[in-house]
Design a protein around this ligand. Sequence first.
Ligand code: GTP
Ligand code: MG
Length: 671
Amino acid sequence: MTPSFANSLDALGGWRAALGERVDALARFLAEHDLADVAASEQLTSLRERLDNEKLVVAFVAEFSRGKSELINAIFFADTGRRILPATPGRTTMCPVELGWSGDEPASLLLLPIETRLEGLALGELRAQPRAWRRLDLDIRDADQLAHSLVEVTRTEWVSEEQARALGFWDDENPDDNPPRDDAGKVEVPAWRHALINYPHPLLRQGLVVLDTPGLNAIGAEPELTLSLLPSAHATVFILGADTGVTKSDLAIWRDHLGAHAPTRFVVLNKIDTLEDPFAAAGEVEAQILQQQRETARTLGVSMQRVFPLSARQALAARVAGDEMALNESRLPVLEAALGAQLLPQRRQVLEQVVQEGAQQIENQVVRRIGDSRRQLAEQTLELRGLRGKNNAKVRVMIKRVDAETSEFEECTTLLQAMRAVHGRMLKDILVDLSSDRVREEVAEMQASMGASILHLGAKKAFIALCERLRALLAAAQRRNGEIREMLGASFARLNAEFGFSLALGKPLEFERFTSELQLIESNYVQYLGLTLALRLAQPKFMEQFRRMLISKLRVVFENASSELELWNKAISAQVDSQLRERRKAFKRRRETLEKIQTAAGELEARIDEIDTQDQRLVGFQTRTSELAEELREHAFATPLATDPSLIELDLPLFDDAVPVGEEEAMQHQA
Ligand SMILES: Nc1nc2c(ncn2[C@@H]2O[C@H](COP(=O)(O)OP(=O)(O)OP(=O)(O)O)[C@@H](O)[C@H]2O)c(=O)[nH]1
Ligand SMILES: [Mg+2]
């Protein structure tokens, strides 16, 4: 049988866990033998964190009632033996529902009241405020209780027109889109702004995050959803109904939210069971499905392979009943295999890269440190061998020489102090420009130039100008760090030549990752500012939310850039500190050895042997470090995922272009 998405994700989780253990083994070994300096330890910690916390976000997006929640039930919750997320005709899911697992919390449903919209705080900020959320504990062993609790996500409340307007659900400009009023003139709005389900499902435990959304075209959609959650999803499943075809509002959602910059997209043509017709001849329904698949692909401008006709309801029923044949008839396994085949290797590649680079850097740092120590041991051995057969007077001369060399060496401290002072100053200057305050100032400037007129063009222009300035800040920071590197390079050359250090500069700092993150934020917001929804920015409360959300997004980029810069500089300072310490220790040891030799006759040979043993130990450490790092790297690239090879061979493009009409027939083997 084709491995399901669940199996493939399982395999990815297993791979990650095994990698994590290898990182731990390396960290333990280095700690036991005191081989890692501050920088190497920090790198190990951050490698471990990335392996543990890397999330894979899959968002389900569609107009209401297309079957998003039912599809999530069929893929993820069938093992509970029932429908878990509410899925009923008409509008059901009223707020974005995020399913994930954080081991720090018990299983629970967290609900953010809709009124929080009035406070102007962005969702991202509220995530860090547990008191803003209503909390319901979930009993995971009781599927009925679970399903019962989750009905909360469908809850609505009736408010006055004025309140609905304040909450962003009433738009005087587009009266047709407004929700209906009851006899008393009240308007129905969602009770919750966002729901978080913390649930220890095996897949969620492995870092999968599933995002179920309410019918998106509704006015009042949370800007956070369109600006942040959807664009940062690693894959989006867009759902259409085979009973309705591609409607105008389906198309609007596709265009507005899954346009050019969308991440990997999968289009589901759901409810194919509704095409069943007792009067149709054999093969007719099949032809009809194919026809719809082709038309959908053409309308959306994607290849036919990207459109998956299936029945979520049949799939759920089949899984609950354990009926393998019916499950295959539902055609859900085809979608799952495609999700597994494309998404997981893509996520894996990212982690592979991280592990590969991390392991290499850690190994380099440790090996260099060991190399330094060995070089010093070799010098000492040479010196001691020279003493063989010499008398005490000669040893006394040697002690004097060591003292002279020591004080000569200590002269490097002046140079080091000067270097550190300049370095510190240069670094501080750069960090100021990457600080949150600086980001806030820049956003304030944008707001000022958006000014009173919130016309689309003005807002967009001011925003683009802001991004321009921020990019310049990042570029300047990278350039100025290059100046630090040059300054250190000159000092290192002197320290190495005059004082016997072996300092190396390493790779220059790379900011490309942050520039492209900024780029992504920019394109998402530019797209948003082009939407009619953006008109709501005219309302001060939404402007405030928008501003805070933007700042919190930008801050993450700048904070990460800033920590990367600090880490780079810390690593280089740590290298200087550790070499200085080692050199001093070596001088001290040399002197002590000579003193001992002066008093005891056999001491010389014993000391030479001892140094030899020490050196052997270091060689052992070096070999073992390289072995452990190599194992880590090897494991990162070995053990393929359990995915269906036939799908990999298809080599589905991640960002596909429409397939020219006519070639489509050739692809029918997908169905
Ligand atoms: N016949 C049939 N009905 C389905 C299928 N999938 C979902 N449905 C039904 O369609 C209705 C809507 O499904 P939901 O899962 O609630 O749809 P949704 O997209 O989550 O809708 P909102 O939550 O309102 O945005 C429910 O009654 C489902 O049982 C299917 O494959 N076949
Ligand atoms: Mg739903």
